[in-house]
Ligand binder design. Structure first.
Ligand code: C2E
Ligand code: MG
Ligand code: MG
Ligand code: MG
Length: 289
């Protein structure tokens, strides 16, 4: 709620000057040119083995530096990109940039890239992924594709064959934002995921709020273990939460406690040192972009 309330505050213009529809149209036009104008870039957030403080990989997260409005959150422009047919190009830019970056890291460090359901259901997606891996010489096992259950809405034969073809390429598949959608259990049965990412809404403050979040995380871990899948807890910010997540047997941790999304060179440095330390702060929010 705080996030929604803070939205738009960084804008340098007065939103009430335009109708919402006009504003959207303007933003859409800007987004169409963002790639060519080099306004998009990719940030990397560490994913750390829960047992130690060893980096298992990084998640690639796209960023948009709008020339007038400043940084715009992907929560805002990814859906816009999906609606206006830009997501294929933007997604491929992120994939290419992230794979190129990961090719410079030690080969124990993975790269995770988010795939929009629209990208996933593009008939060329498997060829695109294969081409990008081969262009940069990255071993397929080091690439993890994060998808949400939105991919199952199409539920075509093609969805099934895409899963199978991606698996035979050797890439890993993660089910993102687990627990926030509708019938996630059925999807776990259908698709060959290597990992479940436990949504932040169960993780953040899990140690302090209610016992319920802990119980839900425990159940997800049990389920994942018996299906032979890894788990990553997203949104770990405090030492208390980290302690609980470890206690509950989650395999990996991602959250501000181990680092916010960072630029390529900083990620490269961390990848090379292969360890990150938990920060001492508690519940500090990412500065508004
Ligand atoms: P996601 O894939 O679930 O990514 C995790 C989000 O949680 C990121 O937000 C990350 O910055 C944030 N996060 C991680 N740890 C913490 C923490 O400890 N505290 C808090 N408060 N937040 C944390 P971000 O980068 O704003 O991205 C939001 C969403 O936008 C992503 O959620 C993903 O759904 C989408 N997205 C980002 N990049 C891409 C992309 O390249 N392609 C597609 N299709 N979607 C993307
Ligand atoms: Mg993700
Ligand atoms: Mg997520
Ligand atoms: Mg998310």
């Amino acid at each position: 709620a705080a996030k929604a309330a803070g939205r738009g505050k960084h804008c340098f213009y007065e939103p009430s000057m335009h109708s919402e529809a006009t504003d959207r149209q303007v933003l859409e036009n800007d987004l169409r040119q963002a790639l060519d104008r080099n306004e998009l870039w990719v940030a990397y957030q560490p994913i750390v083995r829960a047992a130690g403080e060893e980096i298992s990989g990084f998640e690639a997260l796209v960023r948009w530096n709008h020339p007038l409005r400043g940084p715009i959150s992907p929560d805002k422009f990814i859906s816009l990109a999906e609606e206006c047919g830009m997501i294929g190009k933007i997604g491929e830019f992120v994939l290419r940039t992230a794979v190129a970056e990961a090719a410079r890291w030690p080969d124990t460090v993975r790269i995770a890239v988010n795939l929009s359901p629209i990208q996933f259901n593009d008939p060329h997606i498997v060829d695109t992924v294969a081409a990008v891996l081969s262009d940069y010489g990255l071993n397929a096992a080091r690439l993890e594709l994060e998808i949400t259950e939105g991919v199952f809405l199409a539920d075509s034969d093609m969805t099934d064959s895409t899963f199978a073809r991606l698996k035979s390429l050797g890439v890993r598949l993660a089910l993102d934002d687990f627990g926030t959608g509708y019938s996630s259990l059925g999807y776990l049965k259908k698709a060959p995921f290597d990992k479940i990412k436990i949504d932040q809404s169960f993780v953040r403050g899990a140690a302090s709020t209610t016992k319920r979040n802990g119980a839900i995380i425990r159940a997800i871990v049990t389920l994942a273990d018996s299906l032979g899948m890894d788990t990553t807890a997203e949104g770990v910010e405090t030492h208390d939460d980290l302690w609980l997540i470890r206690e509950l047997g989650v395999s990996q941790v991602q959250g501000y406690i181990f680092g916010k999304p960072m630029k390529g060179p900083e990620a490269r440095e961390k990848a090379n040192s292969s360890r990150v330390e938990a920060e001492g702060y508690q519940c500090i929010r990412e500065p508004r972009h």
